[in-house]
Design a protein around this ligand. Structure first.
Ligand code: GLN
Length: 477
């Protein structure tokens, strides 16, 4: 009954007493229980959600509710929700409770949105498969032997399987868009600095963004305009006024859309069905009157190395605060250690998983005195070149189109000789983070195994309005 309804439709149904918010919460809870084997929620705030729903139901009757009343949200477990546990999918934060609300949470609650629980994710948001969580892998809703993507994998599954209407995730290199593509939902990353990260556990601060996963562009628009904008707790947030994104859904004039020629080159590593869907999307857009043009991007192959050098460097400093003293987990063996350093070492060795340790070491290496210029400083320069080249493209084009990922969802636990194989998953998504621009992934079809295929559209800085309006037009609602 509630499946596939947008927030607007839900609000109309609530007002007409077709069902209550309590009923809606029970429907989501039922789906969470039914699909428990997918391992989506680390914790469900069942009693709290039902209690709050009853209170909001009362106020719906008297017409005194906020504009997000009826919205039930799941949060990736990297976002602080006061007095609730917060683990970042890591053992090192086991038992840690958030001391305050993230700004996004404050703003959601202020408009009567309800938080239903915290969702599994790759440890410290590092990964593309959810296999890096200390709390077990999350499974893909289309094939439980496959990954849901990462790092906000569970957040995408929750939306696909109607366990909440919308999930709040984080996107440092594709972490809302890639799982959205693998799970057949929409994943939206705003411009860097559009949404406050106060209360978001930091991975790589010059890349990290809060992102949204949903089924309807208008839900993304409505939530975005509520949570975006200036925040005294995060100085990286732009002062630019927040637009009414939900009011911008009128038909757009023909657009100029670029795509990278080399993606369709015969030697590129695209899965055949992903290639076919890119080609058919291009054809369709042309039939609709848009100008779709192949362009060259000789710097494309540098994006991933730049991303992994800079994000590991930033991660190595951001994660130095987890020392077994200040937050969560402390190894019991470490208590007997003779000195502070040995205690830190013991807790970090046991508390962090393999991928996180690998990245801390890589980051420490690229920041070390002997290699700083060769790696970190050079990567910063190349980042600048990529950002400037991206800007040049937008002087001529409205959007850049690509697949969201080179392949559809892959199998859980496939051993990889080379970690770079997994990093290649991020080939198309990281540009938006390197350049700080908004991007969205939406579903265009399925492959032969009936796994969803996603396309990505990127737009220029602060063109969220145009991007969401175009998306709405594309999916024909
Ligand atoms: N998969 C990418 C990584 O492992 C992106 C992660 C993210 O966006 N948080 O870094």
């Amino acid at each position: 009954m509630h499946s596939n309804q947008s927030l607007k439709e839900i609000q109309i149904a609530l007002l007409a007493s077709e069902y209550s918010l309590g009923d809606l919460v029970r429907y989501y809870l039922q789906n969470i229980r039914e699909h428990a084997s997918l391992n989506v929620f680390l914790e469900v705030f069942e009693d709290e959600a039902l209690r709050k729903a009853a209170r909001i139901d009362q106020r719906i009757k008297t017409g005194t509710v906020g504009k997000l009343a009826g919205l039930v949200v799941g949060i990736k477990d990297v976002i602080s929700y006061q007095d609730h546990q917060l683990t970042a999918g890591s053992r090192i934060l086991e038992g840690f409770e958030a001391q305050y609300n993230a700004t996004v949470i404050e703003r959601l609650i202020a408009e009567d949105a309800l938080i239903i629980g915290r969702q599994n994710c790759d440890e410290f948001a590092m990964g593309s498969s959810n296999e890096n969580s200390a709390y077990g892998v999350t499974r893909n809703p289309f094939d439980p032997d496959r990954v849901p993507g990462g790092s906000s994998g569970a957040s995408a599954v929750a939306v696909q399987k109607d366990m909440c209407l919308l999930s709040i995730g984080s996107d440092t290199g594709g972490s809302v868009r890639q799982p959205a593509a693998f799970c057949g939902v929409m994943g939206f990353k705003p411009t860097y600095g559009r949404i406050s990260r106060h209360g978001l556990i930091a991975y790589a601060s010059s890349f990290d963004c809060i992102g949204l996963i949903a089924k309807h562009p208008e839900d993304i628009a409505l939530v975005l305009e509520t949570i975006a904008g200036k925040d005294e707790f995060d100085s990286t947030v732009s002062e630019k006024p927040v637009e009414t994104y939900s009011g911008a859904f009128s038909t757009l004039a023909p657009q100029k859309i670029a795509y990278y020629e080399e993606i369709l080159a015969p030697q590129s590593a695209l899965q055949p069905e992903v290639r076919e869907h890119l080609e058919s999307t291009i054809t369709q857009l042309r039939q609709q009157g848009h100008d779709v043009v192949p362009i060259e991007a000789p710097w494309l192959s540098y994006i991933l190395p730049v991303y992994y050098i800079l994000t590991t460097a930033e991660a190595s400093t951001n994660l130095s605060r987890y020392d077994g003293v200040r937050y969560g987990f402390r190894s019991s063996q470490s208590e007997s250690k003779q000195n502070l350093e040995a205690m830190y070492k013991e807790s970090r060795t046991i508390g962090f998983g393999k991928e996180v340790k690998k990245r801390i070491m890589l980051g420490t290496f690229v920041l070390s005195a002997d290699y700083f210029d060769a790696y970190y400083a050079k990567a910063q320069k190349v980042r600048r070149i990529i950002a400037e080249s991206t800007q040049k493209i937008f002087q001529e084009y409205d959007f850049i189109l690509s697949p969201t990922t080179p392949t559809t969802a892959f199998e859980i636990g496939v051993p990889r000789e080379n970690p770079v194989e997994m990093y290649l998953e991020d080939l198309f998504t990281v540009q938006a983070n390197v350049a700080g621009i908004p991007a969205v992934s939406y579903q265009v079809g399925f492959d032969q195994k009936k796994l969803p295929i996603g396309m990505q559209l990127m737009a220029n800085h602060f063109e969220e309005s145009k991007l969401l309006a175009f998306l709405q037009e594309l999916i024909g609602k």
